[in-house]
Design a protein around this ligand. Structure first.
Ligand code: FES
Length: 170
């Protein structure tokens, strides 16, 4: 039985067979640790690597099988920024809403993306291609407004250029 990261799909597309295979694989990951509570972060990382995010049923399964209180599991997931409980797109768009970008019309960029993609922040397009987030600063002062798509930083972004930028991602 094999579930690969490339099979990670938005929630709407996840069927029962897929869910069963995911839970079976997560069980194998937990079994590989010998069920040790100290393996919590490693198990969370591998589970997220498998499906792209950490939905509540997965957290409850990990909590139960590692015998770690669910409050502790939630605490770890919310403490480390690389864990997410919401699905992410193939390309994660981060729009800077820090002061410098905000005064340089960052809000306009965000509004245009919301309209073009039909998304609110923390949502994902139905095809799983893009998800949208806001961030406080991308560390690019003087280049505002700034947004990042994956590891690519786009500076001095104009709303009129957004379509071209998005079209350059497959
Ligand atoms: S405020 Fe936008 S990059 Fe820092």
């Amino acid at each position: 039985m094999e579930v690969t990261k490339s099979e990670a799909r938005p929630r709407e597309e996840v069927g029962v067979g897929y869910a069963e295979r995911v839970f079976r694989r997560i069980q194998e990951i937990i079994d590989d640790t010998g069920g040790q509570a100290g393996a919590l972060i490693r198990v969370l990382q591998q589970a997220q690597g498998l499906i792209g995010y950490l939905p509540v049923p997965v957290l409850k399964t990990i909590s139960r099988d590692l015998k770690v209180p669910i409050s502790e599991v939630y605490g770890i997931v919310s403490f480390y920024h690389f864990f997410t409980m919401v699905p992410k797109g193939k390309h994660v768009i981060q729009v800077c809403m820090g002061t410098s970008c905000y005064v340089k019309r960052g809000q306009r960029i965000l509004d245009a993306l919301k309209k073009d993609l039909g998304l609110e922040p923390e949502e994902i397009t139905p095809d799983g291609k893009f998800s949208l987030e806001t961030v406080r600063c991308l560390g690019c002062y003087g280049l505002s407004p700034v947004m990042a798509i994956g590891s690519d930083v786009h500076s001095k972004v104009k709303a009129s250029k957004l379509k071209d930028i998005l079209d350059s991602y497959q």
